[in-house]
Design a protein around this ligand. Structure first.
Ligand SMILES: N[C@@H](CCC(=O)N[C@@H](CS)C(=O)NCC(=O)O)C(=O)O
Length: 281
């Protein structure tokens, strides 16, 4: 049976892809060890992987990638938050699922690994228990719509129609966004809402704040607001703060770059409790 394979370097990633059949479905699971929603998703991905038979060469492969340890791969697949799952075939992204949503991941596999039913996958074995796994309502870091290619590579005959999202009234949409932002700002004890990603900031202010956090070895979660216009605009109103970067600590807004600098000037040990000791060189 297939298993979830941990990728530890870019070279490891390339050589892993080289072992697969060119038309293999590759399921990339991006996580960080410290984000609580990733714990559930790790178990879900392992359970899903075990439902597919191992073949030679593999026609489906599940890999896990520490998003912070391998930022270049994370960027290549537009990982703006974790957990994040990408379904890939022949180098083409078929679908990306941001946030902790086991049901959506399972449905995506049903669609894209459709050929798997002919490969001996016991469909009934795809964990029935999983359908009972509720959507993680904890600190989900993002819920962006899936990116679906216009030319799905899997056999269309096996595609399952995705029910249309219910139409929400403007009030309901706003409530849903507020609920999402409420969770998002608490997704990690220290959350940075920035333009771009820590390894590729898209604005000087965000770059400088990343530098401050890095200098002080502060462990933080981040969200690339350029990847989600709802969050970008919604957070301004939610936080009553018109710009980015925004630094949130324990679910409370600290402020932007200037405020963080002021806080550090006033208290050099500001946020010291979130600092992780640097590894011995
Ligand atoms: N002085 C601000 C600078 C931040 C800033 O001015 N950000 C602008 C330009 S990157 C911004 O986010 N504008 C709103 C937007 O782009 O949505 C700070 O302390 O953080």
């Amino acid at each position: 049976m297939s298993a979830l394979t941990e990728i530890t370097s870019e070279a490891d990633f390339s050589s892993h892809l080289a072992t697969l059949s060119p038309s293999a479905l590759v399921v990339l699971y991006f996580y960080t060890p410290w984000a609580a929603p990733c714990t559930q998703m790790s178990a879900v991905l392992s359970a899903l992987a075990s439902q597919y038979p191992a073949t030679a060469p593999p026609t489906i492969s599940f890999v896990s990638i520490n998003a912070e340890e391998l930022p270049d791969i994370s960027e290549e697949y537009d990982v703006s938050a974790v957990p994040f799952v990408v379904c890939l075939r022949s180098g083409q992204v078929l679908e990306s699922i941001s946030g902790s949503d086991p049901i959506r991941v399972r449905n995506a596999l049903d669609r894209h690994a459709g050929a798997g039913s002919a490969d001996g996958v016991n469909r009934s074995a795809i964990p029935p228990a999983l359908s009972a796994v509720p959507r993680e309502d904890g600190p989900v870091m993002a819920t962006q719509p899936p990116v679906t290619s216009s030319t799905p590579a899997g056999p269309a005959a096996n595609a399952t129609a995705v029910p249309a999202a219910p139409t929400l009234t403007p009030e309901q949409s706003k409530e849903a966004l507020i609920a999402r932002l409420t969770e998002l700002v608490k997704a990690a004890p220290v959350m940075l809402f920035m333009k771009g990603t820590p390894s590729s900031p898209q604005c000087g202010f965000s770059r400088q704040l990343v530098g401050i956090l890095r200098e002080r070895s502060i462990k933080y979660g981040f969200f690339n607001i350029l990847a989600d216009e709802d969050v970008r605009q919604g957070l301004k109103e939610f936080a009553d703060w018109p710009t980015f970067p925004q630094l949130w600590v324990d679910g409370e807004l600290v402020g932007g770059l200037d405020i963080v600098r002021e806080e550090i000037n006033a208290d050099p040990d500001f946020m010291g409790q979130y600092s992780v000791s640097k590894p011995v060189a």
